[in-house]
Design a protein around this ligand. Sequence first.
Ligand code: AMP
Ligand code: MG
Length: 487
Amino acid sequence: MTKQQQSGWHLDNSYARLPNTFFSTINMNPVQAPKLIIFNDSLAASLGLDAQALQSEEGIAVLAGNGVPEGAMPLAQAYAGHQFGHFTMLGDGRAMLIGEQLTPSGERFDIQLKGSGRTPYSRSGDGRAALGPMLREYIISEAMHALGIPTTRSLAVVTTGESIIRETNLPGAILTRVASSHLRFGTFQYAAKWGTDEELRELADYAIQRHFPDVKTDDNRYLALLQAVIQRQAALVAQWQLVGFIHGVMNTDNMTISGETIDYGPCAFMDTYDPATVFSSIDVQSRYAYCNQPNIVGWNLARFAESLISQLHIDYGEGAKLAQDALSEFPEHYFANWIAGMRAKLGIFNEEQQDAALIDRLLRMMEQHRADYTNTFRALTFDTLEESDLFSTAEFAEWHALWQARLDRQQESKELISQLMRSSNPAVIPRNHRVEVALEAAVEHGDYSVMEQLLDILSNPYANSKEQAEFATVPESDGPYHTYCGT
Ligand code: AMP
Ligand code: MG
């Protein structure tokens, strides 16, 4: 057995069997001195990979793009996208897909190296990534997974032993990203704009095969594909809103067909509840503010739908109408997901017409009193309504009485209500000040212990354990927090 087989790689390349307009095969860009910084043992195990073998010199070479496992066929994917509203050609400019790992349980996951060097889509970029942003993606994506939110995963980060030039010299790094696929809205936009009809259809069939095999036999399977993507995205963005996650760069190239969160650039979690929150320094018009996220998903879905119109009906006008009808259901799907999640956060099992008003009233008070989003729900869960601007108001007392009366109008016991709330309200989220401290220790001082502890705390966000208490505190100075794209 070769070392690579011992590592458990079992790769297929179904994407590479699509027409070759969808990708470019690429040259490897070996790096000087790969060093493993962090490795995800449990993810490796679920992928059927041998953690020990992967951490050997040959194993690490694969994670650094210095070698390929058997069966790999490194390629860069072509895609387009609307970036802050403007359509442009993109593609993997600093990533390569080495193949799809077939897991012992029969699943298929893309294995992508991010930061792996130049490709035909790099434009003027160097194809590289810095250590800080790659660790940041690792931390936030794994935290999202632990919160139960669909997301790409992070298998490993290696440093390259090379500096990359940004405003200053930064240590280069490569993240191994695992995704149920990297098919994006932008992949379809690319096909619709530059591919043939036949190529677009092949892409759509491929997406159906990979993500929605159930719709294969539908009378209009492309319409069913559109409807399924609308539903997945409605569920996803509702989950973001419910935990206070702000993606920051919701361009159509950063939205997946699978409904997984992808591309953790300038993303961050909100501390103080303020619907207008924006963290990204480049989002000067607040396009991707917290409160805009659902509408932006709707807008992005419209771009996805446009790219599919020619497949929906032989008559373009009829196709457009079908697309429009499907899109018109998005707000309803979104609201249904969101209010179901909000009811759970408040321990509500059944449905009453007035629930929306009850929730709205709470959120408005939280906004007015600048309450911490996560900790407010946590305090309601554990009835720890100690002195705070919000909890000491008469208005809150009134709301609290209404809420308690609402809980009394259902049959579920106090214990069940508490259980539902505990599993719907995380004790810990990756708070910005904590993430920053962990990244600084790692990048500036080569101390990875802070990040490892943070990852450990975030791996079980609903536990409400003693150790988590200090990670639940809000930063002392809640000044404006800025995130950067980190490209
Ligand atoms: P992102 O902001 O990561 O979603 O990237 C947007 C586009 O820019 C994608 O096509 C990336 O591949 C490309 N890109 C980002 N950083 C680099 C880089 N350092 N070199 C080349 N291309 C890049
Ligand atoms: Mg991207």
